[in-house]
Design a protein around this ligand. Sequence first.
Ligand code: AGP
Length: 638
Amino acid sequence: MCGIIGITGQAAAVDGVVSGLRRLEYRGYDSAGVVTTDPKGLRLVKRAGKLDNLTAALEGQPLSASTALGHTRWATHGEPNDRNAHPHLDPSGRVAIVHNGIIENYQTLKAELGDVRFASETDSEVVAHLIAEELAAPAPATAPATATAAERAMSTAEAGTPDLLAAVRAVVARLEGAYALCVVAADDPETLVVAKHEAPLILAQADGVGYCASDVAALIEHTNEVAALLDGQLARITPDGVEVVDVDGAPATPHAYTVDWDLAAAEKQGYDHFMLKEIHEQPQAVADTLLDRLNAPAPGLPPRLQLDELRIDEGEFSRIDKVFILACGTSLHAGMVGKLAIEHWAGIPVDVEVASEFRYRDPIVDPHTLVIAISQSGETIDTIAGAAHARDQRAPVIALTNVVGSTLARDADGVLYTHAGPEVAVASTKAFTTQIVGCLLLGLYLGQARGRVYSSEVADILERFDRVPDALREVLALDGQLRELAQRYHDVDSTMFIGRHAGLPIAMEGALKLKEISYLHAEAFPAGEMKHGPIALIEPGSLVVALAPAGHVFGKMVSNIQEVRARGASVLAIGTAGSTAALVEHADDVLTLPEPPHELAGPVLSVVPLQLFSYHVATLRGEDVDQPRNLAKTVTVE
Ligand code: AGP
């Protein structure tokens, strides 16, 4: 949450910062601001609301500088207004900071500053005050062996010379909580100083320009060679280079990597919204997740499913006796399909857990427990912390993520990338379908590693998976029908999604999609649970969306559909070629999907009409599809 971009050494740096903020706006969009440096002082413009409010303000008071720092905010402390927007200044206006994260001890730190006036209600502003205080303090010429971290930090500066990096080091030693910080000072106008703890921060240097940003999306127009700052690291970025140090001031090495997508992938490419574009990218995204997974280990040997990125020897999996899948939101729903796949092919019991709950209880985890942490962004703090909790108990962790070099990927013992390309819309679509495919691959791989699935079966199942992209194209061709259905139902008060087996995670995902972008009330239930309570909510006018593909639970779904229809609900049934003839007499509307090439691949297809339905409902209701209210794409605070 919150997007940061800093640029130094570029003519018209503010234009670059605004362009970067445009690509980071999905991280938070309740206010935005920019500050430029100049030996004469800092110049600051910030506005509540979307980035367009800031750009309008900048037209009225253009800022020209070669160093600029910008921020787009998702509010945690203090309402989203001009005052609480970042950047924040110290009282003298000589230091400015932007922050992503939460400073948990901000009240204590404010109290330590004494009788000082704060301009905002944020937890972040205090950091600017503290840095200014450090810069104003006389620095010791040398630090004694018994020096505190703060004193040692100051010792790297020449005696009497304020050093921004040293001052920031001294201050971060006092911070509790999570932060990605970027700091500028009027007295050091060509320098950006950054610090990171439990919130992402990326550095880059290209053609005499230094950059920092929360996400590579903001930098990809300049370079695809980047480095992720690691926890506890700080950096000084100038047009001449980047110096990275640890909290003690010793040289440190960030995680350097090459981004494998380009600017075009992060553009709308003619679609009205990123969400619609990303829905339509799913056939290619799924094909990319599946690419090159089946290979003969040696000439003459039968081909095996190979997940080279995992970095964990296949033999290791024979010792696993339990799996935890940790994730949040949409990724959690993909994990629910993962449970079905792993239990089916590998025969290992699987618990799927909301990551924010897992980390605060005492789960039974040991070195024989495999933890699969699923996160599109790889930066969701709850999932990262949940995985760390498991690693502390020596459980191997596999990250299933879309973002190469993300924190989750770096921290894990093994990683499986979904290769979906950048997902910009807050509502996740192609990341979800590729996560499901990733889960299916992991389930099959564990089954293969444990000798429960023969090579010939693996090859047959993968050949079936390879037909999923074409089946997805057939589903996308139903868009016209879904627009009509959205037209009919976009004003309903309440929608329930029901499903069984592989239909249940999709019912849950369908309800999440509808509520997050259309703000309609939507809930999901296992179809069999309806009569244990939720059916009391059904009344004439309620809409029930039922996932009813052909398969072993189809008969039960038909019974559950009849039960809600008998109580006045309108039923929209999502069936497959083999089930819709039987559904027609029980549902008001029936959508026919192609039969999936494998039952466990069914969710990849059946979620797509629910994505399109939600999209059309939201646009008909005039909502901002790509940036729904109160949400942010990357949730880096608890
Ligand atoms: C999806 O539409 C949501 N915006 C949200 O539930 C998301 O899936 C969740 O925050 C987890 O994000 P992650 O996959 O990046 O960890």
